[in-house]
Design a protein around this ligand. Structure first.
Ligand code: NAD
Length: 340
């Protein structure tokens, strides 16, 4: 097991890379615990859950909303959960986002931790303390930043992950490589077959590399005033299409990264051939690379993005593979590019 510490103004978090779920009791701070999970994860792993009350919610993005939050609050009250209780989320990114939000707001905040079960949540969603839910069709509109006490990443739990969800996680691994680490990007390019076969050695290395990139950035800029914005590469366009077209988060981010890379080339920041290289990698990893969205609907959704300030938006672009920058771009520039 490899332990990574993330220290931020809002708290400390430990990422337990490669720790086995069966050892979860070693990491729970005390024995008053409530587990929150989704129906799919419960089906696969409830037999291994430690003996605590379980609140089960429906799976998937459609449940990442305030109705589910209210349902969980009601269950916590029913279970007479008080501030001495620890909340353990067991699941993918949706569970982590909801559980972190509930635990941060119920009784003004309970301690919480995650067993991160999807590739996407192990490399991204469970790390960094962003918790929240969607609202009126807008991604992560309501939320808080608060660090989990720990995130346990048991790589063996990825074996039960459906193919589509596994591929979705690969998109965020590519994102980390393309914004920060050219060598990691080359490793991805050279190991397509092994990655698609879920070779445990290569995947554990990529998860560890991804988490280190995210942890380093979050450690410096928890509240996303600067460098953390780089982690939004591909997310402005991605978030706009994710719910409208019912895509997985990774599929949406794959398309968003291609849009942002091509926009970077259009702006003269990076050669077009580097944008095409990113597109080729995503395609080889069986990620969706083409969609013909309704431009007006997408632009309208982008206009409500959290990264927009007045008539400008913080947009992450590439100067090269492994080197991202963010710029405040007039929204009209993106609109013109989308309409060209
Ligand atoms: N907070 C953040 O910083 C952050 C970062 C990136 C993404 N996200 C969010 O994460 C969410 C996407 O995460 P996700 O892709 O994990 O979605 P998810 O939680 O919906 O999981 C995907 C599917 O896989 C199932 N599943 C999870 N683990 C499993 C396992 N081990 N075996 C079998 N099935 C399993 C789930 O039940 C679900 O059906 C989005 O809502 C996105 O906005 C948050």
């Amino acid at each position: 097991m490899e332990v990574l510490n993330i220290t931020t103004p809002s708290g400390r978090s430990q990422v337990l890379l490669g720790e086995r779920f069966l050892n979860i009791n070693r990491h729970l701070p005390h024995n008053k615990v409530v587990i929150i999970t989704d129906t799919n994860v419960a089906k696969c792993y409830s037999g291994d859950f430690p003996p605590f009350p379980v609140i089960e919610i429906g799976f998937g993005e459609k449940n990442k909303n305030l109705d589910t939050v209210r349902y969980i609050y009601d269950k916590l009250i029913e279970l007479e959960v008080d501030r001495s209780c620890f909340i353990l989320g067991i699941g993918g990114g949706v569970i982590c986002d909801i559980v972190g939000f509930v635990a941060s707001t119920y009784m003004r905040g309970l301690d919480f931790g995650f067993v991160s079960t999807s590739l996407l949540s192990q490399v991204d969603a469970s790390i960094g303390g962003k918790n929240g839910v969607n609202y009126q069709g807008f991604k992560n509109m309501i939320g808080v930043i608060r660090q989990p006490a720990f995130v346990l990443c048991d790589y063996t739990m990825l074996k039960s992950l459906p193919e589509k969800e596994y591929l979705s996680g690969l998109a965020e691994i590519v994102k980390h490589a393309v914004i920060r680490d050219r060598v990691m990007f080359e490793i991805l390019e050279k190991n397509i077959r092994k990655i698609l076969q879920r070779d445990s050695r290569i995947i554990s290395g990529l998860i560890s590399a991804s988490v280190k990139i995210k942890a380093e950035i979050v450690g410096k800029d928890e509240l996303e005033k600067g460098e953390r914005r780089l982690l939004n590469f591909g997310h402005t366009f991605g978030h706009a299409i994710e719910n409208i077209y019912n895509l997985s988060h990774g599929e949406a981010i794959s398309l968003g990264m291609i849009m942002a890379a091509n926009f970077s080339a259009h702006k003269g920041l990076m050669p077009l051939k580097s944008a095409k290289r990113l597109e080729r990698l995503l395609d080889n990893l069986h990620l969706i690379t083409k969609i013909s969205p309704d431009k007006n609907i997408v632009l309208d959704t982008m206009r409500k993005d959290k990264k927009k300030y007045g008539t400008e938006i913080y947009f992450v672009m590439l100067e090269d593979i492994g080197k991202a920058i963010f710029r405040s771009i007039p929204f009209s520039d993106i609109e013109r590019y989308q309409n060209k």
